[in-house]
Design a protein around this ligand. Structure first.
Ligand SMILES: Nc1ncnc2c1ncn2[C@@H]1O[C@H](COP(=O)(O)OP(=O)(O)OP(=O)(O)O)[C@@H](O)[C@H]1O
Length: 267
C-alpha cells in the first residue's frame, strides 16, 4: 500500500534556508546549495534526484553532520544537527566495507563503536539473514559480489537502528538485476524498521519504484525545483501506465531543469 503523506504530520527532519558554499585555496567558490527548505516525514522514503553537481551529496552530508551549513538550520527530532550521530546511518556509493574484517565483523562494527556489542550481538545474525547472506558470515569483502557488499553496507548502517538512513547512490555501480534485488531488499527493510530513508540517485525508475516523495534539484546554485508525491501502491510495476506517466513527467522536468540558457551573440 502507498502511504498517504497528508495524514503523516510527524516531521522528523526540518531544513530551513540551508545554504552551503565550498571555497578552494585559490579563492574560487561553488554555491553547492542555496536556500533549501525541506521537511522530511517520519518513516517516509524520500529520493533526491537531479543533474550532476546540483548538491545532492552535499545535502546528505549536511544531514549526516559531516558538513555545516553557512546559513540556515537542520533540525532532527527537535535538535539542531551539529555533528554525526548514531541516529543517522550513512551508506556510501561504494559500500566502503572494511576489507580486513569478515562480513559479520563488518556488520558488528556499529555496535562495537557504540559499546553495545555484548547486549545486541544476536542482531548480527538477524541482519545477515535479512539481507540474504546466511552462509557468508566468515567471508571477506573481496570474496563476495558488489551487490552482496552493498547489502552488507546497508545492514551495517541499519544495525544501529538509525532514525534516518542516508543512502548516497548505493546502487549506482551495480548491474540492473542486482540493483532491482537491492531495491526490493531496501523496501523490505524499510517496512520492517519504519526507518526514514533518504536516497540520492540518478535513476528515475529507482526513485519512482521506491519513494513516497521525489525531490528534484537543479544546479548552480543547487536548489529544489520541485517535490513530487508518488501515490502508487506497492509493489509498483515499472511498466505500468501510471509509472511510465510519472517517469515521463520527471524526465521532462529534469530536461527543463538542466537546459542551459541560450548564448547571446552580439554582432
Ligand atoms: N569538497 C568540495 N570542494 C569544492 N567543491 C565541492 C566539494 N564537494 C562538492 N563540490 C562542488 O559542489 C557542487 C555540488 O556537489 P555535490 O557532490 O553535492 O553534487 P551532486 O549533485 O551530489 O553531484 P553528483 O551527482 O555528480 O554526485 C559541485 O559543483 C561540486 O563540484
Amino acid at each position: 500500500m502507498s502511504k498517504n503523506l497528508s495524514v503523516i504530520s510527524d516531521i522528523i527532519l526540518d531544513m530551513e534556508n540551508v545554504s552551503h558554499t565550498y571555497y578552494d585555496d585559490l579563492g574560487n567558490h561553488v554555491e553547492a546549495l542555496k536556500n533549501i527548505n525541506l521537511s522530511v516525514f517520519r518513516g517516509e522514503f524520500l529520493s533526491i534526484i537531479g543533474a550532476s553537481g546540483c548538491g545532492k551529496t552535499t545535502l546528505l552530508r549536511l544531514i549526516a553532520g559531516l558538513e555545516k551549513p553557512d546559513t540556515g538550520t537542520l533540525i532532527l527530532n527537535g535538535e539542531e544537527i551539529s555533528e554525526p550521530g548514531p541516529e543517522r546511518g550513512y551508506v556510501f556509493q561504494n559500500g566502503a566495507l572494511f576489507q580486513w574484517l569478515t562480513i559479520e565483523k563488518n556488520i558488528a562494527t556499529g555496535l562495537k563503536a557504540r559499546g553495545v556489542y555484548k547486549e545486541y550481538k544476536d542482531l548480527v545474525g538477524h541482519y545477515i539473514e535479512l539481507i540474504g547472506l546466511k552462509g557468508f558470515e566468515k567471508s571477506y569483502p573481496h570474496q563476495i559480489s558488489g551487490g552482496m557488499a552493498q547489502r552488507v553496507a546497508i545492514a551495517r548502517a541499519l544495525i544501529n537502528n538509525p532514525k534516518v538512513l542516508l543512502l548516497d547512490e548505493p546502487m549506482g555501480a551495480l548491474d540492473s538485476f542486482t540493483r532491482a534485488d537491492i531495491q526490493d531488499k531496501l523496501l523490505e527493510l524499510h517496512k520492517e524498521n519504519n526507518t526514514t530513508m533518504i536516497l540520492v540517485t540518478h535513476d528515475v525508475d529507482e526513485a519512482i519504484y521506491l519513494s513516497d516523495r521525489i525531490v528534484i534539484m537543479t544546479p548552480r546554485p543547487g536548489k529544489i525545483s520541485e517535490i513530487m508525491e508518488i501515490r502508487l501502491p506497492h509493489p509498483r510495476h515499472r511498466g505500468g501506465t501510471e509509472f511510465l506517466e510519472i517517469r515521463r513527467r520527471i524526465l521532462e522536468k529534469l530536461k527543463l531543469a538542466s537546459a542551459l540558457p541560450q548564448p547571446e551573440y552580439i554582432i
